[in-house]
Design a protein around this ligand. Structure first.
Ligand SMILES: *[C@@H]1O[C@H](CO)[C@@H](O)[C@H](O)[C@H]1NC(C)=O
Ligand SMILES: *[C@@H]1O[C@H](CO)[C@@H](O)[C@H](O)[C@H]1NC(C)=O
Ligand SMILES: *[C@@H]1O[C@H](CO)[C@@H](O)[C@H](O)[C@H]1NC(C)=O
Ligand SMILES: *[C@@H]1O[C@H](CO)[C@@H](O)[C@H](O)[C@H]1NC(C)=O
Ligand SMILES: *[C@@H]1O[C@H](CO)[C@@H](O)[C@H](O)[C@H]1NC(C)=O
Ligand SMILES: *[C@@H]1O[C@H](CO)[C@@H](O)[C@H](O)[C@H]1NC(C)=O
Ligand SMILES: *[C@@H]1O[C@H](CO)[C@@H](O)[C@H](O)[C@H]1NC(C)=O
Ligand SMILES: CC(=O)N[C@H]1CO[C@H](CO)[C@@H](O)[C@@H]1O
Length: 483
């Protein structure tokens, strides 16, 4: 019964309507669709909901809710080049990115409501909260992998949560990729800066960082005395997703980003503190970063301007100089390099990405463009004792420039992000039953209630909603006939 309700809902939602009565029905149906997604078989209706052939440009997207920000309609076709459509070959719809008020320079005035996501504030530091986009409507007890997606320079987590979601949906529709819709949960921390805080984005309790601090592991600037490092926040997220009370099926976590988001992921891969209880769960996807934290003190290039020669290996271009307070103890550079080489990383590089990237003097020592720096990074790893680490690989994406979505939805990127290792068993030594293994004592989930209880509550409500939905759908069909 739920199945047929669902098909009907999807069909109705995808049809264009005009009158006020219809639009009010449409909103209710959109809500219906959201609830159905939650209670349905995770993948049974995927095609119905996401195949592009069921939609036209401008249709209401599945999972839409009345309070979603504007702009998040269905896009069919397109080239994927401007982050506003699927790439060629994807059979699924593209859900457009939410419109948002404010600006990255003057400060965002809101964290938009992203269709199909909610803002989770379960990570807390005293009274301070960390906002994180989390995909709604997925059965957390079945999630095998969590993506922790990084925003770009504009701190636009709403855009990147959406792009990773669209790429996942494209991969799920590809019958050659063994991933189901509920296998992977897309999340994205919302890094705010002081301008955003002052302009009104998020809750007054939300952490905010200095403009460059969030992407380098620096401490929060507020609110109040809150001073968690952004990498400590990433640690807290890893610890939370690794918790088998909430995520019993989880076997892997991927920290992923493009451009400055790629830099964040790579910097975290270099600095992440030892935590044996989660280490084997975490991988990294580094797309076209503007610069790298280099895995050795040597540099491939001597640029014409050598004015920064004494600082080229300082953080965040290397691990010399002052490191963020996040780092525990005073590990020698070789300790970082050795640990970095054990970490699982895919570097994704656009073969047409000749953009200059990070324009600072320190970055010029790494190469002349995004692509060139990536190629030099590969050579540097190969030249180290032990050669190219077996856990790391380079994915050169043809015909692609600094194009977020084309990089994230490239089949080899998708394979790494959503498919490889998905059905591997949970690595030994990462069981969370021994609580207290976490290295971040200040952080953690504030909930004491059993997630099992709240899940069964949700399923019950879902069935009830499904029945209401069926009735609503029938009423709606009648209304259509009358009209
Ligand atoms: C839908 O709109 C996108 C641009 O947003 C365009 O590239 C695409 O061709 C359109 N699709 C159709 C079927 O008209
Ligand atoms: C589908 O997945 C296969 C296996 O990863 C890949 O080779 C192929 O390019 C993908 N097709 C599309 C259209 O993305
Ligand atoms: C955001 O801007 C739109 C118009 O651009 C406006 O309709 C909406 O009310 C604004 N939202 C907020 C929260 O300011
Ligand atoms: C991490 O742990 C490994 C092995 O336990 C040790 O060799 C290394 O020094 C540690 N690294 C840091 C940065 O503490
Ligand atoms: C060299 O780089 C420094 C920054 O490190 C900059 O201040 C200076 O203007 C540059 N010199 C030239 C000639 O571009
Ligand atoms: C590269 O992209 C252009 C358009 O952006 C397209 O015409 C061309 O066929 C592509 N080449 C390859 C090898 O995919
Ligand atoms: C795991 O989650 C449960 C339920 O939310 C919570 O009670 C427990 O403290 C968490 N364990 C750790 C190590 O955070
Ligand atoms: C375990 C836990 O605390 N979960 C909460 C996370 O945040 C969402 C949204 O605020 C709550 O609904 C969950 O109960």
């Amino acid at each position: 019964m739920r199945l047929s309700t669902f098909a009907l809902t999807a069909a109705l939602v995808s049809t264009p309507f005009t009158t006020a009565l219809e639009s009010s029905f449409k909103q209710k149906l959109a809500h219906r669709s959201l609830v159905s997604l939650e209670s349905r078989d995770p993948t049974g209706n995927f095609d119905q909901l996401y195949l592009a052939s069921n939609y036209q440009n401008g249709s209401t997207a599945p999972g839409a809710a009345a309070n979603d920000n504007a702009g998040q309609q269905v896009v069919v076709g397109g080239t994927g080049a401007d982050d506003d459509s699927q790439r060629p070959g994807c059979d699924t719809i593209f859900i457009n990115t939410a419109a948002v008020n404010g600006s990255d320079t003057g400060g965002w005035t809101e964290i938009p409501n992203v269709l199909g996501f909610y803002v989770d504030r379960n990570i807390t530091y005293g009274t301070a909260t960390m906002p994180v986009f989390v995909e709604a409507n997925k059965d957390l007890t079945k999630v095998k992998r969590v993506i922790i997606g990084q925003p770009g320079k504009p701190r636009d987590a709403w855009k990147y949560s959406n792009l990773f979601r669209n790429s996942l949906n494209c991969a799920v529709a590809n019958t050659s990729m063994a991933v189901q819709w509920n296998d992977v949960l897309v999340t994205a921390p919302v890094w705010l800066d002081m301008d955003d805080h002052n302009a009104g984005a998020g809750n007054p309790t939300d952490l905010y960082f200095s403009d460059g601090g969030w992407n380098q592991g620096s401490k929060a600037q507020g609110p109040g005395n809150a001073d968690a490092s952004s990498f400590e926040v990433l640690d807290s997220l890893v610890t939370r997703f690794a918790n088998q009370s909430e995520f019993p099926a989880l076997t892997s976590i991927i920290v992923a980003g493009h451009s400055l988001g790629g830099s964040v992921s790579q910097r975290y891969a270099m600095l992440r503190n030892n935590d044996s209880s989660t280490e084997a769960l975490v991988s990294y996807w580094v797309g076209n970063p503007g610069a790298y934290v280099w895995p050795s003190p040597q540099r491939p290039v001597t640029p014409s301007n050598t004015s920064c020669a004494s600082e080229v290996d300082d953080w965040s271009y290397g691990v010399a100089g002052g490191l963020p307070a996040y780092v525990k103890g005073k590990p020698a550079p070789d300790t970082f390099y050795a640990r970095y080489r054990t970490r699982r990383i895919q570097y994704a590089l656009g073969l047409a990405d000749f953009g200059p990237g990070d324009t600072h003097c320190e970055a010029q020592y790494q190469g002349s463009s995004h692509l060139n720096r990536g190629q030099n990074m590969q050579k540097a790893l190969q030249a180290m004792a032990g050669g190219m680490p077996s856990t790391q690989s380079f994915n050169y994406v043809p015909n692609t420039s600094h194009e977020d979505y084309l990089m994230m939805s490239d089949p080899n990127s998708q394979s790494y992000l959503f498919v490889e290792g998905l059905t591997d068993p949970r690595p030994s030594g990462t069981a969370s039953s021994s609580s207290g293994g976490s290295s971040n004592s200040k952080s953690g989930s504030k909930s004491g209630s059993s997630s099992g209880g709240s899940n069964s509550l949700k399923s019950g409500a879902g069935v009830l909603e499904s029945m209401q939905g069926l009735m609503l759908s029938i009423v709606f069909v009648v209304a259509c006939i009358v009209l």
